[in-house]
Design a protein around this ligand. Structure first.
Ligand SMILES: [Zn+2]
Length: 674
């Protein structure tokens, strides 16, 4: 009975939403007609509204009944076989062990929880005395005990209709191969705790065979984190024995009930192991003729050539054609392993397994950063369910007087273009401006939010829940939404892949100039065949060519204009499969900033108590309408508003003009067209 009521409620709510929206459209069009006709029509409208009010009361009663029965409304799952898309995510490495974590997820209702550990961090640390510390903060000690704990957590999250994606460190090992106490960490697991019934036979007897190697054959290692005084090593992804271990861990994780993995520590160092030597030779053989190898790189006998370095990331100023090939090989071979283990193998066990990657972009680091900077456009989306990109420390503090909003708007727009609309999120390391971090991603096609979803702070928790519930309520705007743009800025990926990063600063300058001028633009990589031809692509395409080009002079004089303070960013999107709506997103970064740090640097802030947003009022939109359309209605929605607010607008010579009401951090003007 409850499920029938729930299904009916969902259907009726959908119909009602359309009806109410159309009513608003009627109201607005009536206002422009003669007063007599309008008065008559208004009567009809009033009657209709009264009827709707009765329905609403009845529905509210059903909803209350559902709430009393503990029934939670869900967002419909995508059709079977359709790529998984989502717009609300929570991610935690810590504090997920308390009872309040699941309560928080139940209240915020994300579509996806990134939680749990199934790769090298799990197998290195869950059995050690350091189990409860950084990075994984395991609630219990022991491989079997912690594994069972995650299995139980996965069940509880699934009951909330939330997908669970586990963190999967693909190669970063913590431990000591030997010592007074024998092996520790990963090496203890490998020698003494490997359970053949669970993981199958060990692929090699000596775990040192698995590691990335220096030229002298010693393992590459460091003591960076100092967990329990143990050193750190890296397994080599190109080693087939290591791939066997990754597959065993994937199998174990899927049995524990995760929906897939986000792979992190997706690196390659200057590894000179035999697999890297052979792999790099193969890479060169496939890309160059013997004559080219000789003339370009001085390699006369590839089959016998032993490389003294096979670097990965390196400073762009120190690149050479051969080092660039080494970086390309690093990224392509990492990608092959990702595809083999986390796409092909994982999906042979679970056909809809989620395969995601955790990468790093900072302020558009390329050659010396970004795990995917050398990948061709086609490899960007192959099998990848979603991508996480860390901006690190570059976008989590504002200096408004200096014009720094502490934003990652350009990174978000770039990823939206690079992922061809597929899901992405940003790791902003932002624990203070919670609302701005959520709004920034929502406004630019991403899925809020990466680190840190601080639910243990009651004020932050309340705002996260408010914002996530807002996104959930208006999911039709966000789910698989498409960027709406009047201009396109091309990201100079072709030059970067030739080792030339000189265009990056110009790209950033052009992007910043257009953001400040509130231009509706999107970003696409310039090696994407779709970047110029994609359906709905704007006619004005801006390329990075030389220095000093003034992007604003190249734009149409008829473009949309917005009157807003420089602390407001404007983005636009269209809902999936709906050409009758343009959604204008406004993110307000204005705030009372915390005092700078002792060294004069802008402060990050202690938490949401230092977000202190200042509302903005009087933002005006002057929207250039698509050809042959006019406006049916404009309504304003914001997380702090209980109900959508109809806006008065004018339409004249293909332009719609309206003024937004005051809002705090985020607001959306839904422009319905006809
Ligand atoms: Zn190697």
């Amino acid at each position: 009975m409850a499920s029938l009521a729930k299904a009916c409620t969902a259907d009726v709510v959908r119909v009602m939403a359309c009806l109410l929206a159309d009513c608003q459209a009627c109201l607005n069009s009536l206002q422009r007609r003669s007063s007599q006709n309008a008065a008559a029509s208004m009567n009809v409208l009033s009657q209709l509204r009264r009827t709707l009010s009765h329905w609403l009361l009845a529905l509210a009663a059903v909803s209350r009944m559902e709430a009393a029965e503990g029934v939670r409304a869900t967002v419909p799952s995508p059709a079977a076989g359709a790529p998984f898309a989502f717009t609300r995510l929570v991610a935690h490495w810590a504090e997920y062990g308390g009872a309040d974590y699941v309560d928080f997820v139940a209240d915020a209702q994300p579509e996806l929880a990134q939680v749990g550990f199934y790769g090298a961090h799990f197998w290195s640390l869950a059995h050690t005395p350091q189990f409860s510390g950084y990075p994984a903060h395991f609630p219990v000690r022991g491989l079997a005990e912690q594994g069972a704990w995650f299995e139980n957590l996965n069940k509880r999250l699934h009951k909330l209709d939330v997908k669970v994606v586990g963190h999967f460190n693909v190669e970063f090992l913590v431990g000591d191969p030997d010592g007074p106490e024998g092996p520790r960490g990963f090496f203890k697991f490998y020698r003494d705790l490997w359970d053949e019934a669970l993981l199958g036979p060990k692929p090699v007897a000596d775990p040192l065979e698995l590691l990335e190697k220096n030229a002298d054959g010693s393992p590459i290692s460091q003591s960076g984190y100092g967990i329990g005084g143990m050193r750190e090593y890296w397994a080599c992804l190109r080693n087939p024995a290591w791939q066997t271990i990754l597959k065993a861990w994937v199998r174990h994780g899927l049995r524990r009930g995760v929906d897939g993995f986000i792979t992190n520590y997706f690196y390659r160092h200057n590894c000179l192991c035999r697999h890297c030597q052979a792999g790099f030779r193969r890479h060169l053989r496939q890309r160059f003729t013997p004559a080219e190898l000789k003339s370009k790189f001085g390699i006369v006998d590839l089959e016998r050539h032993v490389f003294t370095e096979i670097v990965s990331w390196h400073p762009a100023a120190e690149t050479t054609p051969l080092r660039l090939e080494m970086l390309r090989f690093s990224q392509l071979s990492n990608q092959e392993v990702f595809h083999e283990v986390f796409v092909k193998y994982a999906r042979s066990l679970k056909p809809d397994a989620i395969a995601a990657q955790w990468n790093h972009i900072g302020n558009f680091s390329q050659i010396d950063g970004d795990e995917r900077c050398m990948l061709p456009d086609s490899a960007w989306h192959s099998g990848l369910s979603y991508v996480w990109y860390s901006t690190g420390d570059m976008a989590n503090r504002s200096d408004l007087k200096a014009g720094q909003l502490g934003e990652a708007t350009l990174q978000a727009r770039y990823l939206r273009g690079a992922m061809a609309g597929g899901p992405f999120t940003l790791g902003k390391y932002e624990g203070t401006r919670i609302r701005a971090a959520i709004a920034e991603l929502a406004a630019n096609g991403g899925a809020p939010m990466g680190f840190y979803t601080k639910f243990t702070d009651p004020v932050a928790r309340r705002e996260i829940v408010r914002y996530y519930q807002f996104l959930r309520r208006h999911d039709s705007l966000y789910h698989k939404s498409r960027a709406y743009a009047e201009a396109r800025l091309l990201f100079p990926r072709q030059a970067i892949q030739r080792g030339d990063v000189s265009g990056l600063q110009e790209f950033l300058r052009m992007g910043r100039t257009m953001l400040d001028a509130h231009v509706l633009f999107d970003i696409a990589p310039d090696d994407s065949p779709a970047s110029l031809k994609r359906d709905g692509a704007p006619r004005i395409v801006l390329e990075v060519k030389g220095k000093g080009a003034e992007p604003l002079t190249k734009l149409s004089a008829k473009r949309s204009r917005f009157t807003a303070p420089p602390t407001v960013r404007v983005s636009a999107s269209r809902p999936a499969l709906d050409e009758h709506e343009i959604d204008l997103h406004f993110v307000n970064y204005d705030r009372a900033e915390p005092a700078p740090e002792a060294n004069g640097k802008p402060a990050v802030g202690r938490g949401i108590e230092d977000e202190k947003p200042r509302p903005v009022d009087g933002v005006q939109a002057d929207l250039a309408l698509p050809a042959k359309t006019t406006v049916a209605s404009v309504e304003f929605i914001a997380p702090e508003l209980a109900d959508p607010q109809p806006l008065i607008f004018t339409v004249e010579r293909g332009r719609a003009r309206f003024t937004l009401p005051q809002f705090l951090v985020y607001g959306v003007a839904r422009v319905r067209l006809r």
